[in-house]
Design a protein around this ligand. Structure first.
Ligand code: 15L
Length: 259
């Protein structure tokens, strides 16, 4: 099978790229920047997923797409709209036209950033409560994914990623961390589960201080192998200036100001 990954040179792209390699899988890596050191079994495309012609060419002979590309923090409304919202539609539309039947969309905890951190992990069905224009773009991406599933029967899986990095770096991350291994395993599960339809799932590891539900991801076969708690001794857990919301400091970042 051939898998198209947008944003392949980005931070999550770089973490999952080697972990998604399989002998029977070609990775087609799309990014604005050259993807470093293409390996055997990898194809590279330099271009923007926001460009319909680029996406049409990138989708030829593709079986599935993992859409990781886009702006990953707060920015001006115009840029967030053009890159993240219009861009997600361009990806889905190119997939539909090319007959790509499965798309995995990277969403974010910031789609529900203003949900209070409660005693129970927040479920994936929680209504959007974006904390930024960036968060709005992720809620819109989830909605676009639902539209393309219900209209056209495409399998669309939206992963509300918590905090994906090599390791958690603060108290909030201990509750939202998604390890690189778990991230790749979750994406792989999204790519291989039979007949998923439309799914909205959290992308988090099995963290002791869980802020987000694992139920929806477990339902498609995800089994986390990591827990942020092993890093807790290295983190100052006594003092935190984070707002008591899922989105943390994004809830206080000035709206529409690039950061
Ligand atoms: C995100 O959605 C961002 O893309 C990433 O840069 C982190 O800030 C992450 O959320 C987070 O909330 O930690």
């Amino acid at each position: 099978m051939r898998l198209l990954i947008t944003g392949a040179a980005g931070s999550i792209g770089a973490l999952v790229r080697p972990r998604l390699a399989r002998p029977d899988r070609v990775l087609r890596l799309l990014d604005l920047r050259p993807v470093p050191d293409p390996a055997a079994g990898e194809e590279t495309v330099i271009g923007s997923f926001t460009d319909p012609a680029t996406m049409a060419a990138a989708c030829v002979e593709v079986d599935a797409i993992v859409h990781l590309g886009g702006i990953s923090r707060e920015d001006t409304w115009e840029r967030v709209l053009a890159v993240n919202i219009d861009g997600a539609r361009t990806v889905l539309e190119a997939a539909r036209r090319a007959g790509v039947s499965r798309v995995v969309l990277a969403s974010s905890n910031h789609a529900v950033g203003f949900a209070p951190v409660g005693p129970e992990p927040i479920a994936a069905e929680a209504l959007p409560r974006p904390d930024t224009y960036y968060g709005v773009s992720k809620a819109a991406t989830e909605a676009l994914g639902a539209l393309y599933h219900h209209r056209f029967g495409m399998d669309v899986l939206c992963v509300r990623i918590g905090h994906c990095a090599e390791r958690p770096s603060n108290l909030r991350d201990l509750s939202l961390w998604l390890s690189p291994d778990d991230c790749a395993h979750l994406l792989d599960t999204c790519l291989t589960v039979k007949d998923p339809g439309y799914r909205l799932i959290w992308g988090v590891s099995a963290n002791t201080r869980a802020a987000a539900s694992l139920r929806e991801a477990r339902a498609i076969g995800y089994r986390s192998a990591d827990n942020a708690e092993r890093f807790a001794p290295d983190i100052d857990t006594a003092s935190s200036n984070m707002p008591p919301f899922i989105g943390g400091l994004f809830c206080e970042t000035p709206l529409g100001v690039p950061n």
